[in-house]
Design a protein around this ligand. Structure first.
Ligand SMILES: Cc1ncc(C[n+]2csc(CCOP(=O)(O)OP(=O)(O)O)c2C)c(N)n1
Ligand SMILES: [Mg+2]
Length: 332
């Protein structure tokens, strides 16, 4: 694995803080109805992404996830201005404003969405890895899912074939404790999600998801296994989301005290504490980083505000059309 150095921690701090502030901004503009539809935020889960990116080869490896998907593409190299514009539904967005919140996508950066059907991306991730193996391409696909997705049949079918064919894939369950308002304990007889790998003899384990260096180490081992042809791994990364499931969640299923308690393990504060403890930066230097982050978020907002909406005549250009379909004329 690439060494974890002072620079790694400083980068982790700046990246995670940017992702947090980017999403705080989204929450603000959502309330002003600048961003519409659903909006699922990642606040609290940032170390899962920071650790993974450290272990990945960003020139080759791929990522696919569910609908909590705004900051992952930024980590993979997509311009955050374009992500913000997509959320605003503007034509300068990653999908020309036609996808929106749950559907950020960038083929160029090997980020394959953004999927709203719970568990739908699990076989897709295995399929991408199958293509890489079939065409002998050196790439590993990180396939993320929530704790709410692991009871889907699609997970078991994908696990079975991925193991049988030793596909270059890492399956990652981001266990944030809840699927909408349903806790993990209410959905299954046991709460050790990682054990689902055992039935397929897939290497699997639980991982502390609040510390990026712990995630990086486990992810590195899993990516390495996939890259050398030894097949998939299943990691249950234990994390927490501070905000509601989406913006319209009254959160009656948990107490404010529970959220506060979990925030004591906050990954950004944890990394900052380490930076100060090791004397890797002064308070003034951190203030400069914070200012840089806030300016960058402002720039993204301004870009999205200033961009135009897509032309209405593109509305039917990106939907599937069967040309000889008998009943409906094209472009109604
Ligand atoms: C197949 C399917 N069933 C139900 C839903 C409705 N739904 C949307 S999100 C969600 C909860 C998923 O929770 P989890 O997988 O833990 O992800 P998290 O939101 O915690 O990141 C449900 C049930 C859906 N989108 N798709
Ligand atoms: Mg969940």
């Amino acid at each position: 694995m690439k060494k974890i150095t002072k620079k790694t921690y400083l980068d982790w701090y700046e990246d995670m803080f940017f992702w947090r502030k980017f999403e705080d901004k989204l929450a603000q503009v959502y309330i002003k109805q600048k961003v519409r539809g659903f909006l699922h935020l990642y606040n609290g889960q940032e170390a899962v992404l920071a650790g993974a990116l450290h272990a990945m080869d960003l020139e080759k490896d791929r990522m696919i996830t569910a609908y909590r998907n705004h900051v992952q593409p930024i980590g993979m190299g997509v311009d955050p201005k374009k992500v913000m514009a997509e959320l605003y539904g503007k034509k300068t967005g990653t999908s020309q404003g036609l996808g929106g919140s749950m559907h950020i996508f960038s083929k160029e950066h090997r980020f394959y969405g953004g999927h709203g059907i719970v568990g739908g991306q699990i076989p897709l991730g295995a399929g991408i890895a199958f293509a890489d193996k079939y065409f002998e391409r050196d790439a590993v696909t990180l396939t993320y899912m929530g704790d709410g997705a692991v009871r889907q049949g699609s997970l078991h079918e994908a696990f079975n074939l991925a193991m049988l064919w030793k596909l270059p894939v890492v399956f990652i369950c981001e266990n944030n404790g809840y699927a909408m308002g349903t806790s993990v304990a209410r959905t299954a007889n046991h709460t050790d999600i990682w054990k689902l790998g055992l039935g397929y003899e897939m290497p699997c384990k639980p991982v502390d998801g609040m510390k990026p260096e712990v995630v990086a180490k486990e992810m590195d081992e899993a990516i390495d296994r996939a890259r050398r042809g030894d097949g998939p791994t299943f990691l249950e990364i234990r994390t927490y989301r501070y905000r509601g499931h989406s913006m319209s969640d009254a959160q009656h299923y948990r107490t404010k005290e529970e959220v506060k308690k979990k925030q004591e393990e906050d990954p950004i504060s944890y990394v900052l504490h380490k930076i100060y403890e090791e004397k890797w930066a002064t308070e003034d230097e951190i203030k400069k980083v914070n200012k840089r982050v806030k300016d960058k978020v402002k720039e993204c907002e301004q870009f999205a505000e200033d961009s135009g909406y897509p032309d209405t005549n593109v509305m039917y250009d990106v939907v599937y059309e069967q040309e000889d379909y008998p009943f409906l004329p094209h472009k109604l």
